[in-house]
Write a protein of this length. Structure first.
Length: 256
């Protein structure tokens, strides 16, 4: 078991999906977890589940595209628990559907997407690193995507943003390694979150196909392992990168 006793973690977008599973996994391993999310009701639901399992958790409302919101998030963890050991930059929700090419994309869509995908991890590190540097240790885990490494039509904002996450991860790992701060990224393929399953259900509605068939036929063949991972699988990767089991690992990209 990867013990995180006495450590403090922040998970952005920690209410549901990958972030929700990561919040639970870190708390199960002993970390005090701050869930930062704009979806407060869902965040509180996840927090209740963590407390029922014996974990320590707080919830703050956070818009990760705003500097003041991120600073308040970091300050809240420091004020409550006196330190910050782990930052999982995960939050993202495609506000415009994310199905555009460069011609279709408006300036507003581009700016909003880049703020949520890229500016958010810049701001997270900006306010977290000074505290981690004072401790001489820390782990920053950026959730990117295989779309940061591959290409597909009509995915301009998402692919540009997730590629930038990888580039920022590499730069920050180089910059902050001498301070004892590790920076890594996870690049999942399709993950069977509630949101993905809901989208698939909409596509197969009125056909003779099931959600399970779509996962097996449309998604699994594109994945090296041949099956679609669950949010908990990605969370286990984040737990490993957060823990001392990976104390020698930085500037790494984990791909599924």
């Amino acid at each position: 078991m990867n013990s995180l006793e006495n450590q403090v973690a922040i998970v952005t977008g920690g209410a549901m999906g990958i972030g929700g599973a990561t919040s639970r996994s870190l708390a199960d391993s002993g970390a005090k977890v701050l869930i930062a999310d704009i979806a407060i009701e869902s965040a509180e639901t996840n927090a209740r589940a963590i407390r029922e399992r014996g974990g320590t958790v707080l919830v703050v409302e956070a818009d990760v595209s705003k500097a003041l919101s991120i600073k308040n998030m970091i300050d809240h963890a420091i004020e409550e628990w006196g330190r910050l050991d782990i930052l999982v930059n995960n939050a993202y929700n495609a506000p415009f559907g994310g199905n555009q090419n460069v011609v279709d994309t408006t300036e507003e869509e581009w700016d909003t997407g880049m703020a949520l995908l890229v500016k958010a991890i810049f701001l997270g590190a900006k306010y977290a690193v000074p505290h981690m540097a004072n401790q001489g240790s820390g782990s920053i885990i950026n959730i990117s995507s295989v779309h940061g490494m591959l290409t597909a039509p009509r995915s301009l904002i998402y692919e540009a943003g997730k590629s930038a996450v990888i580039g920022a991860t590499r730069q920050m790992a180089t910059e902050f390694g001498p301070m004892g701060i590790r920076v890594n990224a996870i690049c999942p393929g399709p993950v069977a979150t509630a949101a993905l399953l809901s989208r698939i259900a909409g596509r197969v509605a009125g056909t003779d196909r099931t959600v399970e068939q779509s996962l097996a036929e449309d998604f699994a063949p594109k994945i090296a392992l041949g099956w679609v991972t669950a949010p908990e699988d990605v969370a286990e990767g984040a737990l490993h990168l957060a823990s001392d089991a990976s104390r020698g690992v930085s500037l790494s990209l984990i791909r599924s």
